[in-house]
Design a protein around this ligand. Structure first.
Ligand code: A3P
Length: 286
């Protein structure tokens, strides 16, 4: 079973109670970001949960009590979901938030605030594969069909939260703002300790090396996979068919090679070259 999508300002959203035009408009035009807010922005399937766990642990100086006892979506709510509205207004400060929103739908109040934004990008081929498998399980997403079908939808931006290329280019326009931090899923993979240290520096948070060790240990793939507050297993069967897919699937970089054919990869590459022409930032997969 899968639900239909609706379009808001050209971007697809699942047609479920969590996503409404009313809430998305409120968020864009009325919601006020506070100067000490921390917002993790991630295109779907590119490390949203990982960053939420890392930020939760940093906020708690490495102490995992919070991450072990409170569901991730309550610690770091997704601002675009209608049910998060009250929760965010009542959150203890500094507030931690997540979003998949493209820049043009993000709260306009950001432009006049010192709220800190962390943008995480992942190799789009790995995000595609991760999304393909998650779409089979998550009931609010359309059945992806074959990999070839889904690749077509992904490359044309006909997926929830819009085109990967537009998302990245839209957010890259913020790259020189002092309250904007950009990094990749691949950097987290290669050097989680160093990444946590850099994130702390950006947040103005001083952690000891033992506290960083604890963030790293508690945000590892295996620890998150075993943590029922973070691994999605608590999500009701009404929303996900747990027999068809898992959030914590592989947690690796570059495994798209096991799923895309040579022709599919060549097609992806040519679309990537065309859409990313003029982008001066280089990514680990370039
Ligand atoms: P795979 O499907 O490739 O395994 P999101 O949180 O944006 O939905 O992204 C989910 C992807 O992030 C999944 O990728 C998941 O395994 C991976 N992931 C989540 N936590 C991780 C961690 N601690 N370390 C590495 N990858 C992680």
């Amino acid at each position: 079973m899968s639900v239909p999508y609706f379009k808001h300002k050209g971007i697809l959203f699942p047609e479920i109670n969590s996503y409404t035009v009313e809430h998305l408009s409120y968020l864009e035009n009325e919601f006020q970001l506070l100067d000490d807010d921390v917002v993790s922005v991630v295109y779907p399937k590119s490390g949203t949960h990982w960053m939420a766990e890392i930020l939760s642990l940093i906020q708690q100086n490495g102490d995992p009590t919070w991450t072990r006892n409170v569901p991730l979506w309550n610690r770091v709510p997704w601002i675009e979901t209608a049910e998060a509205k009250e929760e965010i207004l009542n959150q203890a400060r500094p507030r931690l938030m997540s979003t998949h929103l493209p820049f043009q739908l993000f709260p306009k109040s950001f432009l006049h605030s010192k709220a800190k934004i962390l943008y995480t990008v992942r190799n789009p081929k790995d995000a595609l594969v991760s999304s393909f498998y998650f779409s089979k399980a998550l009931k609010m997403l359309k059945d992806p069909g074959t990999m070839q079908d889904f690749l077509e939808e992904f490359l044309s931006g006909n997926v929830t939260f819009g085109s990967w290329f537009d998302h990245v280019k839209g957010w890259l326009a913020m790259k020189d703002k002092p309250n904007f931090f950009i990094h990749t899923y691949e950097e987290l993979q290669q050097d989680l300790w160093g990444s946590v240290e850099r994130i702390c520096r950006f947040l103005g948070k001083e952690l000891t090396s033992q506290q960083i060790d604890s963030v790293v240990a508690n945000a590892s793939f295996q620890t998150m996979k075993d943590n029922k507050m973070s691994n999605f297993t608590q999500v009701a069967d009404e929303y996900i068919d747990h027999s068809k897919g898992k959030l914590m699937r592989e947690g690796k970089s570059g495994t798209w090679k096991n799923y895309l054919t040579v022709a599919q990869n060549e097609w992806f590459h040519s679309v990537y070259q065309e859409k990313m022409r003029g982008v001066t930032v280089t990514f680990p997969w370039d």
